[in-house]
Design a protein around this ligand. Structure first.
Ligand code: NDP
Ligand code: HSE
Length: 440
């Protein structure tokens, strides 16, 4: 059988990795796929660099539309990123009957429903293993390996840049900007790094996983998104003293609120007990913890970003698509794991309705009665305290920090209690609130 012909759009960090790994492991990959996989053309704005990277082994053009409209090409790999030209190219490739492989989580989390519907109608695949957690085969695990389970929740460290920043700041005492620059240099960060540090990239990935885990459409607009830019070093230290580590988690979870089922979909800094395996995932590494009713908890760990780790996932998708011609095409796996006519319409819950535990840090005047006022407010809001820590004030210091860990409660109770705390004359400034998940 002749090799399947591929057009690569964008030969940057991931595109170059894909080109190199495919060339290096061609023989082994062909044995797995049952047919050769050949990149016959590359499109990139920087044709000089593209020519250098491909070493004259394939055609190089600057206009990606040429490849999308080339009848010779069977599969388009979209590695440009963003939702502008990438969306247009992906939709045109599908309209032209080509399969698509993409690592573009931003595109899928925002326009996935339209893209998957178009692909379904055309009978082509849109494969996106690389879009979530880079090299970790979490899409395959959720869509296929865990297919027997009713997924109850998943929680993941799914942004390498922010995990790298949090680890380096804690371990080496480096400042935020220095570590972010290093993450950019290493190719982990998005073209717009605010997507990483403000939690948007993690929310894109959590949105895609929520769709696959629960059989719901992708709904990025309903995700709660909170990054690490407001996180203070003092909270990282207090959390450590209390036996917790702070990680940026993407969480998708089934919940029943007032007798109705909903989905919590949220990204925010989260305290996790230090003894949990996932709390010890450091640097740019990613990990996703999935709780299924039959299997229990499973943990997937590996490199979530970088040139060749991400290429590993891109090429796995290429092989899957190639196998359509070498295996029975009737047995394809649906894009979002569930059959398109069996999707559920469960609501994404507003943040006020979610249930979790909380870390609260207050700066207070060190005088009698302050603690009593705070505990009264929590008791009135039916919030139970799990642990409390008061720092010894420094000499001549009239203020001190109080840290409170709560048991599980609804977000709206905590928000109301914080408003009352902040209204006390003895509480200085704003109360720092970080959500805490025991993940047990
Ligand atoms: P890069 O910026 O390194 O690469 C993008 C490439 O596309 C560049 O070479 C760029 O050229 C080229 N390009 C831009 N616009 C066009 C266009 N209109 N036509 C043709 N080529 C174009 O990005 P990455 O490789 O890092 O990321 C690619 C995708 O993979 C993104 O969706 C990203 O979110 C995703 N991803 C990235 C990971 C990583 O570790 N980097 C991990 C997982 C997913 P020029 O440089 O000249 O602008
Ligand atoms: N910017 C992303 C990260 C790349 O840091 O994890 C992988 O999706």
């Amino acid at each position: 059988m002749k090799p399947i012909k591929v057009g690569l759009l964008g030969i940057g960090t991931v595109g170059a990795g894909t080109f190199n790994v495919l060339a290096r492991n061609q023989e082994e990959i062909t044995r797995r796929a049952g047919r050769g996989i050949e990149i016959i053309a590359v499109a990139d704005l920087n044709t000089a660099r593209a020519n250098e990277l491909t070493g004259g082994k394939c055609k190089v053009v600057s206009d990606a539309r040429e490849l999308v409209n080339d009848p010779e090409i069977d599969i388009i790999i979209e590695l440009i990123g963003g939702y502008g030209i990438a969306r247009e190219l992906v939709m045109q490739a599908i309209a032209n009957g080509k399969h698509v492989v993409t690592a573009n989580k931003a595109l899928l989390a925002t326009h996935g429903n339209e893209i998957f519907a178009a692909a379904q109608a055309k009978g082509v695949m849109v494969a996106f293993e690389a879009a979530v957690a880079g090299g970790i085969p979490i899409i395959k695990a959720l869509r296929e390996g865990l297919t027997a389970n009713r997924i109850q929740w998943l929680a993941g460290i799914i942004n390498g840049t922010t995990n790298f920043i949090l680890s380096e700041m804690r371990d080496k005492g480096l400042d935020f900007d220095t570590v972010l620059k290093e993450a950019q240099r290493l190719g982990y960060a998005e073209a717009d790094p605010t997507f990483d540090i403000e939690g948007v990239d993690a929310a894109h990935k959590a949105t895609i996983m929520s769709a696959i885990a629960f059989g719901i459409p992708v709904q990025f607009d309903k995700a709660h998104v909170e990054g690490i830019t407001k996180l203070q070093a003092v909270d990282i230290q207090y959390a450590e003293q209390l036996g917790y580590r702070i990680k940026l988690l993407g969480i998708a979870k089934r919940a029943i609120v007032n007798g109705t089922e909903g989905i919590e979909l949220r990204v925010h800094p989260t305290l996790i007990p230090s003894k949990r395996l996932i709390a010890n995932v450091e640097g740019a590494m990613n990990a996703v913890l999935v709780q299924g009713d039959a299997v229990g908890a499973t943990l997937y760990y590996g490199k979530g970003a970088g040139s060749e780790p991400t290429a590993s996932a891109v090429i796995a998708d290429l092989v899957d698509i190639t196998r359509l011609a070498t295996a029975d095409p009737e047995h394809r796996v649906p894009h979002l794991a569930f059959q398109p006519n069996a999707m559920n319409d469960i609501n994404i819950l507003p943040m006020s309705e979610i249930t979790t535990s909380y870390y609260l840090r207050l700066n207070v005047v060190d005088q009698p009665g302050v603690l009593a006022d705070l505990t009264r407010i929590l008791a009135d809001a039916t919030i139970s305290i799990d642990a409390m820590m008061q720092k010894e004030p420094a000499d001549n210091e009239t203020h001190t920090d109080i840290v409170i860990l709560t048991h599980q409660t609804q977000e709206k109770n905590v928000v109301a209690a914080i408003a009352k705390m902040e209204a006390l004359s003895t509480v200085v400034g704003q109360v720092t609130k970080i959500r805490l998940e025991n993940l047990s």
